[in-house]
Design a binder for this molecule. Sequence first.
Ligand SMILES: O=C(O)CCC(=O)C(=O)O
Length: 303
Amino acid sequence: MAVLSHEQKDFYATNGYLVVENAVDATQLAALQRDFHEWIEESRAHDAPYGEIIDGRPRFDLEAGHNAERPALRRVNSPLEVSEAYFEAMSRSRMTDIAAELVGPNTKFHHCKINSKLPGAATSVKWHQDFPFTPHTNDDLVTALLMIDDVTDDNGPLEVLPGSHHGPIQTLWHNGKFTGAVADELARDYQAKSVRCLGSAGSVCLMHTRLLHGSAPNLSRKPRTLYICVYSAEDALPLCDNPLPSRFEGLVVRGEATGRVRTTPFEMQLPQKPKGASFFVQQAGADGMSSLAAALSPVRPTA
Ligand SMILES: O=C(O)CCC(=O)C(=O)O
């Protein structure tokens, strides 16, 4: 049975995003909140990124200024590998059904992460499109941002430029360096026309992989935690390494594996995989290789 109405699908096709309430049930939401709360408590014992994902990079990323009294856990990479609740939300929830209606019927998992902005956290996300981080043979990819907390005007909501998925793919390379962000003058223009994606905990924002988006710091006293899952059509094959590889990459979550590939025309410069725990470091300009080293190294995606 269809989960989305015709109006919702039309809205997504026109605007490149859609917010849907109750994308997980109350039990699933409580389990997601509980596991994240436990990870925050655990982070108090650390003063640098820690844990390990399958390529050896840290699973848990900490913001500058993090300490035991004021923990600032800003990223959990591939949480579904260490939490049944996060695996279930990705693969067996209403969010999964919705993603499959947008890019399926045959739908597979690509990667996931938690982006957290604790109260007062300085973390922001510069304007970008996701596709230049994760190029595939076609652009039927959707980023599902599940709200683990209520997302309000002042706790650093996702901001999008409606309709921009129909426009050009903007470069994230500047002066020979992969910055993970569009040029400043473009960002100023997008910011002026942006729309905020708000919702109560348990809502999901679905975003087309080519939609321009970013988000500001959390200026409120409430946390803003998003569980971000990227799904693709099963016949979209990745053109680069996964920026956040996990043992579940390529898992078909709805429909079936056809063994087919579908291509659509586009061109872009291939991305560079972050060396650190997350793209926050890359966007801050602290993760880049020299342009010569970048030119000589194999190119890989990030996000
Ligand atoms: O955490 C956010 O506010 C945005 C996340 C985002 O843009 C991304 O992961 O591509």
